[in-house]
Design a protein. Structure first.
Length: 284
């Protein structure tokens, strides 16, 4: 699933390509009956036509197209959703679920293999986004804030990091990478972490996300089955991960084989030497 770096990379590209453009036609595939939420595809189509894209924001893993009439087109790509920007006359794309034709003749195409993606057209984005936790790259998200939000929880720290109500935008890949950077075992109860460990974890979260942004996201599958940019080009962060999906390969730090386990129904990757399960420091 696209995480914060993948969604933010797309947001920045969209602002360069389609900011100020107006929707002149909208098509939603009848093969994607759950794509548009809270209204019919026809109502969605009519409401978007003639609206200009005034800005594009992001909250966690959600995109927020801010339109000229004050409405917000909120999009969650889920597992395999991608936007592609195609010029007039471009050939067909696979897994096409929606097409937004713009006033310059180009098309913003939404492709989604698994059809889990969602779109909302709302007057107030809080109707969709209200339950999200803080943004981990915002200046106000400090080590103390991280500890305040999750330090009381008994659940494994990896599971807590995946909770979008606790922190917005983290998913499986960047949580694994952040915990490795912090030298914290993913099964450790969140409330067992010391203040020093929370400082390390905060640094690991920021470092993992910033690396993902520098490398334009992670693309783990084949074309259009995983994150790609507006031209269909994958990111490169998958080539720079330390533990994620490196089961059995040597740790770059100590040489110990990376292990994989299931935690909360998710694959979790860690180094048993760099992230010992018994590690615990006094709180404070």
């Amino acid at each position: 699933m696209p995480e914060l770096p993948e969604v933010e990379t797309l947001r920045r590209d969209l602002r360069e390509r389609v900011l100020g453009r107006t929707f002149v036609e909208v098509w939603v595939s009848p093969d994607a009956p759950r794509l548009v939420r809270e209204q019919s595809p026809e109502e969605f189509r009519k409401a978007l036509m003639g609206r200009r894209i005034d800005d594009i924001g992001r909250r966690g893993k959600y995109l927020d197209f801010i339109l000229s009439d004050g409405q917000h087109l909120v999009v969650h790509r889920r597992m395999s959703g991608n936007f592609l920007h195609r010029r007039d006359g471009a050939g067909p794309d696979p897994y096409l679920r929606a097409v937004f034709r713009l006033d310059d003749g180009s098309e913003l195409r939404y492709c989604d293999l698994r059809k889990f993606g969602s779109m909302w057209l709302v007057a107030d984005p809080a109707l969709v986004l209200a339950g999200l936790g803080p943004e981990p790259l915002d200046p106000g998200f400090t080590p103390a804030e991280l500890e305040r939000r999750v330090g009381h929880r008994a659940a494994p720290i990896k599971s807590v990091l995946l909770d979008q109500r606790a922190i917005a935008g983290l998913g499986n890949l960047y949580s694994d990478e952040a915990l490795f950077a912090a030298r914290i075992h993913p099964q450790r109860p969140a409330r067992s972490l010391s203040r020093k460990e929370f400082r390390r974890l905060h640094g690991g979260i920021v470092a993992a996300l910033e690396q993902g942004l520098r490398n334009r996201g992670s693309s783990l599958g084949s074309s259009l089955r995983d994150h790609v940019n507006l031209d269909g080009v994958p990111g490169s962060n998958q080539d720079r991960v330390q533990v994620f999906q490196r089961t059995g390969e040597p740790c770059y730090t100590c040489g110990t084989p990376i292990r994989r386990m299931r935690l909360g129904g998710r694959s979790t990757h860690y180094c048993p030497r760099c992230q010992p399960s018994g590690a615990m420091e006094a709180r404070g």
